[in-house]
Design a protein around this ligand. Sequence first.
Ligand code: ADP
Ligand code: MG
Ligand code: MG
Length: 525
Amino acid sequence: MAVPTTLPEWPPSLTEEQHSHLILLSSSYALSHGFTLLPPSSSNPPTSAISAPLSLLPTPFPRGLYDLAVSLQPLYNALYARITLDWEFLDRVMGGSVSKVDTFQGELWRGWKSIREELVQPLQLGLFRSDYLLHDSETEGMSIKQVEFNTIAASFGALSQRAGEMHKYLSKATNGYFSVSPHLTNPANFPPNEPLKNLASGLAEGWKAYGKKDAVILFVVQEGERNVFDQRWLEFELLERDNIPVIRHTFSELSTLAKIDPTTKNLLLPSPLEPSSPAREVAVIYYRSAYTPTDYPTSSEWSTRILLEKSKAIKCPSMALQLSGAKKIQQVLSEPGVLEIFLLGEDRPDVGFGVGAGSLTQDDVDRLRLTWIGLYPMDNSELGRKAYDLALDEPEKYVLKPQREGGGNNIYRENIPGYLKQLEEESRQREEGEPEKKEGYILMELIEPPKGLRNLLVKGGENKSRLADIVSELGVYGVSLFGGDGDKEQIVNTTAGTLLRTKGRESDEGGVAIGISSIDSPLLV
Ligand code: ADP
Ligand code: MG
Ligand code: MG
């Protein structure tokens, strides 16, 4: 859906006094409402927090396109659930060249393949985030285009809820931001948004489906994580609202603590704090780690991942669901007919529309596909060879992506040709029949966000702002509990709120965690 929308001049001008007042109000609000990160090199336990990076004003976003992104989420939830249940497809796409040239994806796929016949828990939980940029085309007007679909450790749900609340508070506390813009005075322009509540509800649904009232939820976390309050908010919500206890551990702690009962396959965690109490059973494993090679410094982390996977606990995500979120899958989905197979195929399981597998239409397929931009393989197929020529002839139109998560891994524009040459050089010595290194990458057309928008960005822990040309990335959260055998009552497929991250236009990559983006909220126009 392309909608010709012009965005308002932004930001409205503020006096120095108004600006200082907003800095004071926003930092006070942030610190007192846990819109916070740990400072760099903080002690453990921490003794202080800093405000998370924020945009002082919300950023204008076309209402129709916001509604469209939100409305597509149940379709995406269903799509990724169906991909995850299709072992043949995962084997073809992830067990092929990618698993041979990308060590991390190879370990993940081979690990999953080696144990998948032994898995005892059919249910799987997804807390997803589908990310979009506005695309401003001269001929077609404004649309949203998907950047990627995250199936593991999609973060910032809690801080996003706080950012929206903060922008609403600032509007209320300043007579609609000093009446400098009609957009800021109308409460209807600030959409309701509760990803913290909804993601916690998703975890609680998994816990309920597991069905043991004494069981806990395990958060697998990274050592030294600075975005820890975003995770803690989920824990507080689960405990205070639903009476569900959460236990946090790193992989290295789990390598000695985690045990599986050989008969029941229950995942058991002893409590070092209560040595005389029986070990606690884990209902849901929620990963905020395990998505990047540095989370597996030795083979012991892989052994722990496999051990957890074989337990009866519901995984968020399972190894198969993590594989489904690979950028290679995103590229293959865009090949002709593939989406039809997943959304319209008669043989696909019901994953949450509640009305059977045959309920989707070509119209649903088309709506979803309209959010995609050109994606190409980097292999020796006809399409792959075409992509290679495109990348060398017009690199300024493309980004080259490896199978990685967490930001900072992509190769942009004029850096692509040299990088591809280098990969070719490295592949020269390969054994007969082995794939080339470049096959572990995909080529993606660059999305062109509208120009001219600016906002006041405040870095974490600072009390001044920077007026920057901006690009905002909208993430839509989704919850999917799927894989059960026919018990529809336990299947969940919901939209869970949104995230807006805003970065300076000069930077190609986003990423709050890697210090580039600010957490923002949309002002619907
Ligand atoms: P990751 O899984 O590491 O977050 P992404 O695919 O989201 O990888 O890429 C990181 C960032 O790069 C995005 O947040 C966005 O800012 C930028 N980016 C990625 N793909 C595109 C694209 N096709 N057009 C423009 N920018 C992109
Ligand atoms: Mg990602
Ligand atoms: Mg991303």
